[in-house]
Design a protein around this ligand. Structure first.
Ligand code: MG
Length: 386
């Protein structure tokens, strides 16, 4: 594999092998051998067939109101992250199967209504001395909630995938989360996990501009005036295709932006790994910082665009209204089931004794799609009125 003509095969040792004997393919329960597939390919099957994965199709990425058929859902966003993660993993000589699985599962713990739903659920739990965290929730889904296999609860995923779920985007401390101690919290995750958060960034930095323009809430010239990387990409495409129609110009520019950020991530990660002579997974793990990062220049551009999206799109009046509604729905349902736990489905009632009522209610809500939670809200409102 080459990157700009540079051989990076000397870095293959950084990759998770995934072969027999690799501790990262260990599972909590013995699984019958399947010689035709690697351990991480089996995890891919298990995740793609999970109910929580299918429900991503009905969960908001940014836009809750479906005023366009073209907006991303959590599922189509996930597929975009998979594509970028595989591309980066391949260029770096990493384990592509592991990178793909981690991308597929990276948003599985998200509640309905995007980040507004997550914030609302977190606020509800805070009043009970608890927190909601989508990565920790993802681990609960794959370890406990999915019920597909006779021998155990959960999906029985490999250690490498469970570690990646916990560590791809956030550094937890063992003091805060003693239950996560088996995931080597004081060590960096493998590069396959480190690239996921950045593949996620690359995906949504492009997609949210696209959906933002589609919604009419963002305007291309305004974006170009305030976001340097976007203006740079438009200028490049205009130079290459003079007189190009606006729709093609926009799409070509977005594609170019994705390529620029992906290439930067690949080059910078490669340079970082070389600089410390990281020729083993151990070297990646013991390094104090993550090796998979953007260059300082690309990082500055990324932050500028992210700020723009926050100020101009995520907090604009139209989306703020959607967020308020999401908060109202989540909070009302949470309060209702905490007051009336017998109204929960029987399999959730059973969990109350071991998990506590507030956590069980949050688990139930977190699993819902946008349309299902709105249905519940309508029903509960009718119940309360009676
Ligand atoms: Mg994501």
């Amino acid at each position: 594999m080459t990157l700009n003509g540079t051989k990076n095969s000397d870095l293959h040792l950084c990759a998770v092998s995934g072969d027999a004997g690799d501790p990262l393919i260990e599972r909590a329960y013995a699984a019958p051998p399947r010689p035709s597939r690697t351990a991480f390919q089996r995890d891919r099957e298990r995740i793609v067939q999970a109910r929580a994965f299918r429900r991503l199709a009905g969960k908001t990425q940014v836009f809750t109101s479906r005023s366009s058929d073209h907006f991303r859902s959590r599922l189509t966003h996930t597929i975009e992250v998979v594509q970028i993660a595989r591309l980066v993993a391949q260029a770096l000589g990493l384990n592509e199967d592991l990178a793909e699985v981690l991308a597929l599962v990276h948003d599985i713990g998200h509640p309905p209504f995007g980040h507004a739903g997550e914030r609302a659920l977190d606020e509800c739990l805070k009043r009970h001395g608890l927190r909601f965290d989508h990565n920790l929730h993802a681990l609960r889904i794959v370890e406990h909630f999915e019920m597909r296999y006779a021998a155990h609860r959960g999906l029985n995923l490999t250690l490498g995938v469970r570690e990646g779920i916990i560590k791809h985007s956030h550094d937890y401390t063992v003091e805060q989360y003693p239950v996560l101690a088996p995931y080597l919290l004081d060590r960096r995750p493998p590069l396959e996990a480190q690239i996921i958060d950045l593949a996620d960034e690359i995906a949504y930095l492009t997609a949210d501009l696209d959906d933002g323009v589609e919604s009419g809430l963002l305007e291309i010239n305004h974006i170009r005036q305030h976001v340097d990387i976007v203006d740079h990409c438009f200028t490049q495409v205009e130079r290459l295709h003079p007189g190009i129609e606006e729709k093609f110009l926009f799409n070509e520019a977005m594609q170019l932006m994705q390529n620029i950020l992906s290439d930067d991530l690949i080059k910078t990660t490669l340079a970082n790994a070389r600089a410390i002579g990281a020729n083993s997974l151990e070297a990646v793990r013991s390094h104090p910082d993550r090796l998979a990062v953007f260059s300082p220049q690309a990082e500055a551009l990324r932050q500028q665009e992210k700020r723009y999206l926050y100020e101009t799109l995520y907090t604009c009046p139209e989306l703020s209204l959607e967020h308020d509604k999401a908060e109202e729905v989540v909070t009302a349902l949470f309060n209702f089931w905490v007051a009336e736990p017998e109204e929960l489905p029987a399999n959730y009632v059973e969990q109350i004794e071991s998990e506590g009522l507030a956590r069980v209610v949050a688990d139930y809500i977190a699993g819902m799609t946008d349309s299902f939670i709105l249905l519940q809200y309508a029903q509960v409102k009718r119940t309360v009125r009676r």
